[in-house]
Design a protein around this ligand. Structure first.
Ligand code: FAD
Length: 318
């Protein structure tokens, strides 16, 4: 069901959340592409976020939860649904070596607290543009550290609006995956445990990781990081071998520095980027029989959002 914008705006305004009718995905995502959104809501705390999700389920409105927008590719067309932006749901608490953070907390903010508290093994949080919710859902990580290795428990809202708290084991983390991604559940907050260290060594480890990232990834250009993945194989060497580095479609280009990144180098459209992903995926299938999956969440490309699932293109069609 799809309610008119004004009616929806009125209903959500009554719940106390901030409501906007003039947002585009290009303003909410790091790829800087994507069309107008019917309604954007910004809950200010967990209680409001839960109320929003329950209202959306009750209304049967299509929606997407948006954190930092670093892993979303949204179509250029009108999104006839609601974007729930979590950035204001960002309470952070540190007790000893345990950090509890709400889903909209920026991971850079957590990293800054880890530095001042002298807590180690969370340096990756300073290297990844993310909120806690997006990072937990996709088990974000780099250089041997990931969310799975620090999480103690996660509180979430299930697809039928129920609240639950899961142990790390119950989160069923695997490579860029979790129960939240598979089931389309919304992360409310995460409790993470870090290792006592010193501010100096935390800073030093971060500097090393960041330098490595800057040397191998195009960090200053709009992107969504590595866009395709496979649970068992590293796709970059294959994409490299297939000659994708530097491939250009419209304003989008496959990075020459890191073949997994597709960049918005000159007013790219979402279609430009999506075309490259389709092309790459089909090439991987034909050359290696490998069904790559999009690491980014694709919104509005011919299917309803399947919460918990990303598009895969294994049909060999171009
Ligand atoms: C330059 C660059 C470098 C990157 N490097 C890395 C890297 O090294 N390692 C890595 O793992 N990733 C990397 N990424 C990808 C991205 O930063 C991560 O996937 C990040 O965790 C996404 O978090 P987000 O808050 O931006 O999520 P969003 O992009 O806002 O959302 C991504 C998905 O998560 C869902 N989501 C958001 N919030 C919640 C929530 N509270 N509960 C449930 N679902 C939610 C969204 O609905 C969407 O499906 C990189 C991206 C960029 C742009």
């Amino acid at each position: 069901m799809s309610l008119p914008r004004e009616k929806l705006a009125e209903m959500f305004a009554r719940t106390g959340v901030t409501v906007r009718t003039d947002c585009t995905f290009s303003s909410l995502t790091t790829l800087r592409v994507g069309g107008e959104i019917k309604l954007t809501v910004r809950p200010q705390n967990k209680r409001q976020l839960v109320a929003c999700l329950r209202l959306l389920d009750k209304l049967g409105e299509q929606y997407i939860v948006v954190g930092n927008g670093s892993n979303i590719l949204a179509n250029d067309g009108f999104f006839d649904g609601v974007a729930v932006v979590t950035k204001d749901v960002n309470a952070l608490r540190i007790r000893g070596n345990v950090v509890t953070a709400d889903c909209g907390t920026n991971t850079a903010k957590i990293f800054a607290s880890l530095v001042s508290s002298g807590l180690g093994d969370g340096e990756f949080l300073g290297c990844i543009p993310s909120t806690v919710g997006g990072a937990v859902r996709g088990n974000a990580g780099c250089f041997g550290q990931d969310v799975a290795s620090v999480v103690q428990s996660v509180t979430a809202v299930t697809d039928n609006g129920r609240l639950c708290t899961l142990t790390a084991e119950e989160c069923a983390f695997s490579k860029r995956d979790s129960i939240f991604k598979r089931n389309g559940w919304t992360v409310l907050s995460a409790k993470m445990r870090f290792t006592p260290s010193t501010p100096q060594s935390v800073r030093q480890k971060f500097a090393e990781m960041h330098a490595k990232k800057a040397a191998t990834q195009p960090l200053g250009v709009p992107s969504a990081g590595s866009m395709l993945f496979h649970s068992r194989f590293s796709l970059s060497p294959m994409l490299d071998k297939l000659g994708f580095k530097g491939m250009r479609v419209g304003g989008a280009e496959v990075s020459k520095k890191h073949v997994g990144f597709v960049l918005n180098i000159d007013k790219a459209t979402a279609e430009d980027i999506y075309y490259i992903l389709r092309y790459e995926t089909n090439a991987l299938w034909r050359a290696y029989g490998i069904a790559a999956q999009t690491e980014v969440t694709c919104v509005g490309f011919g299917r309803q959002i399947e919460r918990g699932q990303n598009d895969i293109f294994t049909d060999g069609q171009e």
